[in-house]
Design a protein around this ligand. Structure first.
Ligand code: GTP
Ligand code: MG
Length: 157
């Protein structure tokens, strides 16, 4: 079953948008598989966004992502990687459609409240780096009776 990594960025947490953002994925029908609130270390933020290392905004991006706690989540469902990107909306919130998270809740590219994996492989990589490389207690057992997936009752990671 497909999984994606969704991260509520520090501005989303600070602005009190955690419930609103989680709610959109829940209402769509995706399954919350793992969740933790944590302060992302600089090295992990750099690894997470390593594809953007050469961009001029990279140092600002790392400062932003490490500026406060983030909410790390694994969401599961058929087509969840692409669908989550649609639910999140365009990178620049001013270009994001109304009805998307960024379209409804943000105005700046550098403060666009949420991250979503852009591919299945990156989703796997990001979930693993979020859960295994950081030494902290994380994840909890989620029960989804009748869900029919062997993955659903396992600990995240
Ligand atoms: P993520 O889901 O966070 O990966 O966003 P994305 O896939 O929509 O965009 P991308 O991966 O290209 O960029 C990652 C993040 O870098 C964006 O979400 C922004 O927070 C930030 N970013 C991208 N472009 C700019 C820019 O031109 N200026 C600034 N300040 N930040 C940018
Ligand atoms: Mg991206």
């Amino acid at each position: 079953v497909e999984e994606t990594y969704i991260m509520i960025k520090p501005d989303g947490v600070q602005r009190g948008l955690v419930g609103e953002i989680i709610s959109r994925f829940e209402k769509k029908g995706f399954l919350l598989k793992g969740l933790k609130l944590f302060q992302c270390p600089k090295e992990l933020a750099e690894e997470h966004y390593k594809d953007l290392k050469e961009k001029s905004f990279f140092p600002k991006l790392i400062d932003y992502i490490t500026s406060g706690p983030v909410v790390c989540m694994a969401w599961e469902g058929v087509g969840v990687v692409a669908s989550a990107r649609k639910i999140i909306g365009a990178t620049n919130p001013l270009q994001a459609e109304p009805g998307t998270i960024r379209g409804d809740l943000a105005v700046q590219t550098g403060r666009n409240v949420v991250h979503g994996s852009d591919s299945y492989d990156n989703g796997k990589r990001e979930i693993v780096s979020g859960s295994k490389k950081v030494k902290c207690v994380h994840g909890f057992r989620l029960r989804h009776p009748g869900s029919g997936s062997e993955l659903r009752n396992k600990f995240w990671g």
